[in-house]
Design a protein around this ligand. Structure first.
Ligand code: F6R
Length: 368
C-alpha cells in the first residue's frame, strides 16, 4: 500500500501535485471566479465580518500563520492566529461579526475542538478547514472547506499542509472577491496562478536529489536553524518542526529580522542554517534577507539557501543553493516547504528512524 515507496511519508510527499490539484478542483469557475458554497456563509455575512481569528495546532498552525498574511493582504480583514491550546484559556473577544477559522487536518485534535466549542459558545461564526470527511470538527462548525489530500498515513503532516495552504488562499481570495477589495485584478490573477501550482510543485519534486544528499551529509549535526521573513517565517518554523519530530534533532525557526535581537549568538563555525528567501520582486524584503545571510556567514554559519531560480544576488553567499520556481511571495510556501519536508525525511532516515511513526507522536492528538 506504500505504492513502491519505502515510507508513507515519501509517498505522501510525492502525491502533493495531485493533492493540490484536487483541492482546487471544482472551486474555480470558467469565468475565473471562486465558488465556495460549502462554507455556508452568505455574501452578506462575509461583508459584515470585522475580524478573523484562526486557531490550530502544530503544522496546521503554520498554515494559519500564512493565512494571516493572505487574508490581510487580499481580503483586507484584520486577522489573528493563535494556538488552539492558548486561545481556549484566555478571554478572547468574540462577537457576531468575528469569523473563527479552525484548521485541522484530522478534524479531531482535542485542543482545536475545545477552542471551536468555546468560540461557538460566544456566538462567533466558526468554519473549519479539514481533510477527513465525517470527522468531529466539521460536524460542530457552521461550515467546512475540505482539503482533498486523500488519506495521510505518515504521522508528519505533508500533503495535508500543502492543501491547507491552498484552502487558506481560496478563502482569502474568496473574501476579497465578495467584498471587492482594491486588489481586484491581483485577486483574479492569483486565482489563475493557483491553477498552475500543481505543475510548479511537481517541478520542485523533480529536483530534490541534491537536498537528499545534503540531508545525509548533515545527519551527525547537533542542531539546525531555519530563518525566514514574511510567509517564509512560518515555512522556517515548519522546517524546524519537521526536523524535530522526525530526526529528533534540535532545530529552531526564527524570523530573520529577530536574529540580531538574540539568536545570532547561537551562530558558530559550521552551524547549518537554512534560509528561505522571498522572490526578488519583493526587493526590500529580499535585500534584507540577503544581508541576514551575509551576517550569519561572516560568523561562520554554513548557509543553505532556498531561493527562486536564477536569483544571482543571493548565490555568492550560499554554501548550498536550492532553487525553486518563481511564484508570487504569498504563494511561495507551496514551493519552499517541499525541500524542507524532503530534507527532514531523508535526514531522519539516514539516522535510522521510522519517519512514519516518530516516537511519542500520534496522528491525531485526541487529548488536551
Ligand atoms: C506535524 C503534525 C502535528 C499536527 C498537529 C495538528 O507534522 O502532524 O503538529 O499538525 O497535531 O493536527 P491536526 O491538523 O490534525 O489538528
Amino acid at each position: 500500500e506504500k505504492g513502491g515507496y519505502d515510507a508513507f511519508m515519501l509517498k505522501e510527499i510525492a502525491e502533493q501535485p495531485r493533492a493540490v490539484a484536487d483541492t482546487l478542483l471544482g472551486r474555480i469557475g470558467a469565468d475565473g471566479r471562486l465558488h465556495l458554497d460549502e462554507m455556508h456563509i452568505t455574501d452578506e455575512q462575509l461583508r459584515e465580518i470585522d475580524k478573523i481569528i484562526i486557531i490550530a495546532c502544530g503544522t496546521s498552525y503554520h498554515a494559519g500563520m500564512i493565512a494571516k498574511y493572505a487574508i490581510e493582504h487580499w481580503a483586507g480583514v484584520p486577522c489573528e492566529v493563535e494556538f488552539a491550546s492558548e486561545f481556549r484559556y484566555r478571554d478572547p473577544i468574540l462577537t457576531k461579526s468575528t469569523l473563527v477559522i479552525a484548521i485541522s487536518q484530522s478534524g479531531e485534535s482535542m485542543d482545536t475542538l475545545m477552542a471551536v466549542r468555546h468560540a461557538r459558545e460566544q456566538k462567533a461564526r466558526v468554519l473549519c478547514i479539514c481533510n477527513v470527511n465525517g470527522s468531529t470538527m466539521p460536524r460542530e462548525c457552521d461550515g467546512v472547506l475540505y482539503t482533498h489530500a486523500g488519506p495521510e498515513v505518515g504521522v508528519a503532516a505533508t500533503k495535508t499542509f500543502l492543501t491547507q495552504l491552498v484552502a487558506v488562499y481560496l478563502i482569502a481570495l474568496y473574501i476579497a472577491q465578495v467584498r471587492g477589495t482594491k486588489w481586484g485584478d491581483e485577486v483574479f490573477a492569483m486565482v489563475q496562478l493557483l491553477g498552475s501550482m500543481p505543475e510548479k510543485v511537481e517541478k520542485v519534486l523533480e529536483t530534490m536529489e541534491p537536498v537528499r544528499e545534503l540531508a545525509r551529509s548533515l545527519a551527525d549535526e547537533k542542531s539546525v536553524l531555519f530563518l525566514g521573513r514574511h510567509v517564509g517565517f512560518p515555512v522556517a518554523l515548519e522546517g524546524a518542526l519537521k526536523l524535530k519530530e522526525l530526526a529528533y534533532m534540535h532545530a529552531e525557526g526564527f524570523a530573520a529580522g529577530e536574529l540580531k535581537h538574540g539568536p545570532i549568538a547561537l551562530i558558530e563555525d559550521g552551524l547549518p542554517v537554512i534560509v528561505v528567501v522571498p522572490p526578488r520582486a519583493r526587493d526590500v524584503l529580499h535585500d534584507k534577507i540577503v544581508s541576514n545571510i551575509q551576517e550569519i556567514r561572516a560568523r561562520g554559519a554554513r548557509t543553505i539557501v532556498i531561493a527562486e531560480e536564477g536569483d544571482d544576488s543571493v548565490a555568492p553567499y550560499a554554501d548550498t543553493l536550492i532553487e525553486v520556481p518563481a511564484v508570487p511571495t504569498l504563494l511561495q510556501p507551496l514551493v519552499t516547504t517541499i525541500p524542507l519536508q524532503v530534507f527532514s525525511c531523508e535526514l531522519a532516515t539516514a539516522k535510522g528512524h521510522d519517519v512514519d511513526q516518530p516516537r511519542n507522536l500520534a496522528k491525531s492528538v485526541t487529548v488536551e
